[in-house]
Design a protein around this ligand. Structure first.
Ligand SMILES: [Zn+2]
Length: 436
């Protein structure tokens, strides 16, 4: 009997080895929707009490919601470049924006070199184009322009740098619809500015009965989410994304809404600006799933690669989120995540920057701008109680994780990164609030 069992086992092993690889299924369309400035705790499926996003909430019920997704910075150029390339800001070097450069130029007359997405880095559009995808982008953020390298890999790239309204993007989308519906899968990147300041008081969600100035501003911010949500539903229905499309919804960063007395973004790396929503809706939808592992914008490109049947990129710092879409697959091993915010250069050329490490339940913020700050994200999700003095060894560990990664990580320096600033220019920047 033992002999028979052994023979059958061997036969099964041989048959398994000979089994043809699974049939190549049709590659899904891929749509990445970036909602600029959307903090995740203002969405109902992350616990918000106001109905800011009924459509996205329904979408979340058929997809995977990442409860701890982090940006790699707290303003558009570095964060979007991380999304596009799966590299951290100090690697891709997109630390200064187009708007910033324009302002410097206007103020000083100096010639400024931009810090675009490095041509040598592979972007999500290039990755999917290499798999036969047709690639389209429609963006509204003035930094998401061809001069900044964000058009790299797109066959169709439309930029509306002065628009803050989804209708502009939806209008262009309906022009492109016949092309999108043509044969073959497509990759589409949409970058919406409805939620970005200046906040507009938009129906149906804006509450005009509020009298407190801060409450009105927050209500206006929320009203932008709701207005966009309606637009997203229109696009989803019109283009049939419920059938054969992988849809990823995220943000480049959040927004300070008076949490610590300030408004806006790009000044800190606290949770209100670093925590982003991340929703992955698989083709045709699936069972709802919530993931509490920390993930990052750098994980989106590896996810798209796997969806398109491509191997991981050799330079990818992130990793595919696809295992989270399949309950039978083991989740990836824990790892540390990083963030970086450039805050100006010193005369000797060294940078002033905020840096952050998230590992497990802990987050460290440090760098050349501030003293060490350490937060326990479980006990203190609002990041209010600095534990740095009480836990110096943990501070050291998270800081060393950052430093050693920064030292060994692949970098794309030297692609138009230097900006010559004289003392006057720096003063002007300070006056504009860009450098502290
Ligand atoms: Zn942004």
């Amino acid at each position: 009997m033992k002999g028979i069992v052994a023979v059958v086992a061997t036969l099964l092993a041989v048959l398994t080895a000979l089994r043809p690889s699974p049939p190549v299924t049709r590659r899904p369309n891929v749509v990445v929707i970036l909602i600029d400035t959307l903090r995740r705790d203002h969405l109902p499926f992350y616990g918000y009490s106001r109905p800011t996003a009924p459509f996205l909430t329904r979408l979340a019920a058929g997809g995977v919601v990442f409860e701890r997704a982090y940006s790699t910075s707290s303003w558009t150029p570095p964060a979007a470049a991380s999304l596009f390339t799966s590299l951290y800001p100090f690697q891709h070097g997109v630390l200064r924006g187009f708007q910033l450069a324009q302002r410097i130029e206007r103020l000083t007359g100096a010639r400024i070199r931009l810090s675009p997405v490095p041509a040598a880095a592979q972007t999500q559009a290039e990755a999917l184009a290499s798999r036969g995808y047709r690639t389209f982008a429609i963006t509204e953020n003035p930094n998401l322009v061809a001069e900044m390298g964000f058009a790299q890999g797109f066959t169709s790239f439309t930029s509306f740098p002065k628009s803050l309204d989804a209708h502009t993007i939806l209008g262009r989308l309906s022009e492109l619809a016949p092309q999108l519906r043509a044969r073959g899968p497509y990759f589409l990147y949409l970058h919406f500015m409805d939620v970005h300041g200046p906040y507009r008081e938009r129906p149906p969600l804006f509450d005009d009965s509020l009298t407190d100035a801060s409450a009105r501003r927050i209500s206006a911010y929320d009203s932008g989410i709701r207005a966009l949500d309606d637009g997203l539903q229109q696009a989803f229905t019109a283009l049939g994304w419920g059938e054969d499309t992988l849809v990823i919804v995220t943000a480049d960063h959040g927004e300070e809404l008076g949490d610590r007395g300030s408004w806006g973004h790009g000044a800190t790396l606290f949770g209100e600006v670093m925590n982003v929503p991340l929703l992955v809706y698989p083709p045709g939808g699936g069972a709802p799933r919530r993931v509490s592992d920390p993930v990052s914008l750098i994980d989106v490109l590896p996810t798209l690669r796997e969806a398109a049947g491509q191997r991981p990129g050799p330079a990818d710092e992130g990793r595919s989120l696809m295992p989270y879409l399949d309950a039978r697959r083991a989740p990836p091993a824990p790892r540390a995540l990083f963030a970086h915010l450039w805050r100006g250069d010193r005369k000797d050329g060294s940078e002033r920057a905020l840096k952050a490490t998230v590992e497990g339940d802990w987050k460290w913020i440090g760098g050349e701008v501030t003293g060490a700050q350490l937060f326990n994200l479980v006990e203190d999700p609002g990041e209010r109680v600095n534990r740095a003095r009480a836990e110096p060894e943990r501070v050291e560990r998270l800081r060393d994780l950052y430093r050693s990664f920064e030292a060994r990580g692949r970098k794309y320096a030297g692609e138009g990164r230097d900006v010559d600033l004289d003392a006057d220019a720096l003063e002007n920047l300070k006056a504009l609030g860009y450098v502290n």
